[in-house]
Design a protein around this ligand. Sequence first.
Ligand code: NAD
Length: 462
Amino acid sequence: MTVDDSMIKDIIQTVVAKMQLEETSMNGHGVFHDMGDAIEAARKAQKILRKMSMDQREKIIIRIREKTLEHAEILARMGVEETGMGNVGHKILKHRLVAEKTPGTEDITTTAWSGDRGLTLTEMGAFGVIGAITPCTNPSETIICNTIGMLAGGNSVVFNPHPAACRTSLYAVNLLNEASLEAGGPDYIACTIEKPTLESSNSMMKHKEIQLIVATGGPGVVTAVLSSGKRGIGAGAGNPPALVDETADIKKAAQDIVNGCTFDNNLPCIAEKEVVVVREAADSLIRYMIEEQGCYFASAGEVDKLESLVLQAGKLNRNCVGRDAGTLLDMIGVSVQDNIRCIIFEGNKEHPLIQEELMMPILGIVRAADFEDAVEKAVWLEKGNRHSAFIHSKNIDNITKYAKAIDTAILVKNAPSYAALGFGGEGFCTFTIASRTGEGLTSASTFTKRRRCVMSDSLCIR
Ligand code: NAD
């Protein structure tokens, strides 16, 4: 094996990421030992933010965007190194997306009614200190994206990050406060604690200063937040199906589905988790996936082995989450070439590897008798999460029927799932999709409360 420049750069960057993980600690801006202290610091920062103009808030956000771009690679490497999940190149793209496409203060708008009886405004006001709980699958992406939106709305934020991604999260919090200070803002716009736990999460939710809780994660955390007695925004789990009908451009559908499914090793909650394809299109879809998209078609015996590996006693084996296809196959004793990026197999919708949200590039394919049957199966697989779904079809009647039946926060047509995040599609970026509580794709305006401001019988100058 010869060592070239890119390999040397890769080794150096990995070592730097490891060193950063070891060094990231209590010394960072906004990192506290105690949750109460973190909330108090964020409360003081929010008092300063309240007095700042929108223009000043936007200056901090601009600096956050710049710093996120500057640190995209180190954050990506730290995330992969710490959690063992995901793909560095894709995580760099995710950080760039957050930096470039997360809405800032332009999302904070005023609605006005002007008429004979005067002028009435509805304005978007800050909640104060927001409590946010973040996942290990997109740790720093979520923390930076949430902070941009929350700050644009005039809030500060306290994070209880996933313990498995704690150091990457602490590093991101420090970066956010550095950006604020560099742009003339206060320290502690984002705070967290050195060792987040379920207890610290609960104490955050109960704290009197926290009026809004934003939870991004699986069903457990969303249920906990919705039981807290406070206003909660719940961005919960998904199991997004991709439906393919006979009118689709099958070659493109194969490419889009595999690209979406393998992005960051299938960690995004929106990524394609299974395929439902009408019988007429199934053979050619599978052929394109194998011949042109680097898919490995697993035999029945290999699928059984994968099931025993991935689902142990019915529980998801976290050692498999976010791993690439080659590593997963290696774990069951199958060695493949480097170009294999996704494992596919055929099965019934009830197959555990199809109906469970796996977050790894294993893509079960379900055949349907016709379009109606495909819709029924896809809706069943989405499990009422109302999160995300995809369709590859040129029949607008079919697309409309599917959209109504599946009723998800996101429906992407004829593109990879990540088009929903503004990556290869129009629209803004978010890593908190409030499927369960109905806000959908969150942005700055989601993190504000509405206030009506009425001037009776004056200021109408029409
Ligand atoms: P997870 O549910 O294990 O953890 C998420 C966060 O919740 C962590 O900070 C964790 O410590 C905390 N948590 C878990 N149970 C809790 C409880 N009972 N009380 C308080 N806090 C609790 O999820 P994960 O593995 O980090 O992330 C993957 C899951 O999150 C998937 O199900 C994925 O679909 C979902 N997700 C959803 C979105 C979205 O925008 N809807 C985005 C990313 C991830």
